[in-house]
Write a protein that binds this ligand. Sequence first.
Ligand code: GTQ
Length: 344
Amino acid sequence: MTELGRLEDLPADYREALARQNLVPLWPSLRALLPPDKPQLRTQPTHWSYKALRPLLMRAGELTPMEKAERRVLVLANPGHSLEKMQASAAIYAGMQLLLPGEWAPAHRHTPNAVRMIVEGDGAYTTVDGERLPMSRGDLILTPNGLWHEHGHEGSQPVVWLDVLDVPIVYYLEASYHIDGPRQAAQPEQAVYRSAGIVPTPFFERRQRDYPMLRYPWAQARAALETLAAAEPGQEPVQIAYVNPETGADALAILGFYALMLRPGQRLELPVRSPAAVFHLIEGSAQAQIGPQRFVLREADTCCAPGFTAVTLANESTDAPAFLFIADETPLHRKLGLYERRNP
Ligand code: GTQ
């Protein structure tokens, strides 16, 4: 690879004349723009301990009332992107949200897509597009782009969930904004899509919706993983994707969502792929080796892996399974023609 000319090689008066015309010479920056063989990764392998963040989140509950927060969230910020950018990876935002008993997070809708993975507490609910969706540990709740959503809490203990949004990429595209709305008149929970494959057809007509299923109960996802593991007693990966039950496409357009079960003692080498990913431990305990970094994941811990990086997950227990929730950038990479899988 030939050495290219540097900016300092150019006379100062020439550089100033270029800048005055809003012009930049490409060759001093060409190698940074198009690095050899693989991208220059800003995203760093990063671990967020729930045990360490929980007291800080509870303190936010004392320090900042809902009227002053609207959404009381501590963002899991990747230091490789500088913390104030509030991104876990190029396209993924992740945050831990706290709602205290009796609190209400008012209705709004926005262009980024969101999901919630419930971490602890009972009695909270999210109303999405008029459907009231109860929040229990491990449930995945969608808030697709453009749909009204608000959160309420009628239980007696704090409720915490993990928010995952595609806001970094939507913001970068200068397409991120929100609109506030009035409190929604909520229908009973999941009136339309209570279970995949069974839909109401009044007078033989179906109401078509872009996002027919808004809540994926953990009890169902966990049972599916256990059934898969029992059917395949070897060491094949046991993994499910959260999809749109009408089209089979990814549940949302930009980020992909999955659940993975590690059998007792199982060690799983994931393929090296272009999309970055976030791993969140729902149940059990596991180790994540992400490039040169090794993290121990306890329950409700979250970590982030850049793309183009080897990831190995291992169940720390030899007698209990471990369950992980994964969010990644695969749908985005596939749609943009950027998806790659490499042999290590
Ligand atoms: O709950 O609607 O973490 O609008 C960031 C932005 C959560 C939400 C976040 C949001 C929300």
